[in-house]
Design a protein around this ligand. Structure first.
Ligand code: GLC
Length: 458
């Protein structure tokens, strides 16, 4: 398949998942997801910039009066009442009146998507675009500091694994098992009721048993979600009772980059950031250092309550490259992990947990597979640190996986076999974006041709 055919395939996927003002993550989904839409807009800006802008504006419909951007905006169709009811966003005084949403957020990719769209516009258009979205973006970042950094330490906390977008990532699941699993869930496990419950689960259309969340973990996720709902999503009430609160490494790395992008947007339209926000943004970059463990020479997430690092390696370990705020020496240490065949240097990188982790399963959702979005973040980070050859190679293997099997949700990092949902929107969109940097062929048989081309900087 040549690049034109790949592009066409991606466009067909996105057209199929297009619901007018927004794009669903894949067939079978009905709602809009926050970071999915940001990645989708990053791809769509190439073929149809106006449509990419619409994708972002559509996300802003869901913004709460306190600035929060929810991870899901629900369809208002009658048949989705049950999903809306699960969250009951209307219990919070801050939720919008005319649209039902979740009550938690997702990694702050919005500023990046806004800037990437801006790159495709003329300067006057870009100014207008930035002016349109700036107030919402500013309110979102201010909310993240106000509610999620209560002690003003620089790092922001997350209150549910869904907020990381890496649902069953080992650091969270380990903490969940240690601190949170309610006793009735333990009982379900012991009595093997989970096999029966599995029959009634709704997220199984694309599931091969054992690939997604275990039933026990799924139940724990919903139990945590209900606890947030009972507190009407009031952060003070939530924090006074919860043990599973984590300063997540991937979220904070993305936040650091988002702050840099917010600064550049503000500068471009001549709107100085409030000095307090500016100071806190600077503090976040320095605070990332607190997540570094000198002994194992890597970054980890931290439990907000115990203040202990959660020393469980995952894809998050590499995302400080994307943050761009770490020293060159540290970046080099991360690139060493990326090259290491026992860690992240698999045949089709980058696995969502290192190959030598006890959690590793090639098709285990966020416990092994390679995903396009994390590859995109790492490629971007590698380029900014000057690792052009590594970025090129990773772009090439990423495109090869999709060329061989189609726009699947995720792939085995060892043999590239696809899994999860077919025709997954962010896979298609990010493939479009990666293809812009690599003219030529992207099939395995012609892979060597790709090496002749250099990847241009964004
Ligand atoms: C899953 C993924 C999350 C994504 C959502 C919709 O929950 O873990 O990252 O946003 O599905 O695609």
């Amino acid at each position: 398949m040549n690049n034109d055919e790949l592009l066409k395939q991606a466009e067909v996927v996105l057209a199929g998942n297009d619901r007018g003002d927004f794009t669903v993550p894949a067939e079978g989904y009905s709602h809009q997801w926050l970071w999915d839409s940001c990645f989708i807009a990053i791809g769509r800006r190439h073929g149809d910039t106006a449509r990419a802008q619409k994708e972002i504006l559509s996300l802003l419909r869901g913004q709460w009066a306190n600035g929060m951007l929810p991870n899901i905006i629900f369809s208002d169709k009658d048949e989705h009442r049950r999903d809306r009811n699960l969250w009951r966003s209307w219990l919070s005084p801050f939720a919008p009146d005319d649209v039902a949403t979740s009550g938690i957020t997702q990694p702050p990719m919005l500023a990046e998507a806004v800037v990437r769209i801006g790159e495709k516009l003329s300067s006057p258009e870009r100014r207008t675009w930035y002016q349109t979205v700036f107030p919402a973006l500013l309110a979102y970042h201010q909310w993240l500091y106000a509610e999620r950094d209560p002690h003003q330490e620089g790092l922001v906390l997350q209150i549910h694994p869904w907020e990381t977008g890496l649902d069953n990532t080992p650091p969270w699941i380990r903490e969940l098992h240690e601190h949170q699993l309610p006793s009735w869930i333990g009982l379900v496990g012991k009595t093997h009721l989970d096999k029966i419950i599995n029959h009634f689960r709704r997220d199984i259309h694309y599931k091969v048993p054992g690939e997604r969340l275990s039933t026990i973990d799924g139940l724990a996720f919903y139990s945590m979600q209900r606890r947030l709902r009972r507190k009407s999503y009031d952060i003070d009430k939530i924090l006074s009772h919860s043990l599973l609160v984590i300063e997540d490494l991937s979220f904070n790395s993305i936040f650091i980059r988002a702050n840099q992008q917010l600064r550049s947007i503000a500068k471009a339209i001549g709107k100085p950031l409030p000095p307090e926000l500016d100071e806190r943004m600077t503090k976040t970059e320095a605070a990332l250092d607190q997540l570094w463990d000198a002994y194992s020479a890597q970054y980890y997430s931290r439990n907000f309550v115990t203040h202990k690092l959660i020393k469980e390696p995952s894809i998050a370990a590499l995302l400080p490259l994307y943050a761009g705020s770490i020293t060159k020496e540290r970046a080099e240490q991360l690139v060493t992990m990326l090259r290491d065949e026992n860690q992240f240097g698999s045949a089709y990188p980058v696995p969502s947990v290192p190959l030598n982790s006890a959690w590793f399963k090639p098709h285990g959702y966020w416990q092994g597979p390679t995903w396009l979005n994390t590859n995109w973040l790492i490629i971007d980070g590698l380029k900014r640190y000057g690792y052009t050859a590594e970025a090129d190679t990773l772009t090439q293997t990423t495109l090869e996986m999709v060329a061989a099997s189609g726009c699947y949700e995720y792939f085995s990092p060892t043999d590239a076999t696809p899994a999860g949902a077919p025709n997954f929107s962010w896979t298609a969109a990010l493939m479009i974006d990666l293809l812009q940097a690599v003219p030529g062929q992207a099939t395995p048989s012609t892979a060597s041709q790709l090496e002749k081309h250099s990847v241009s900087q964004h």
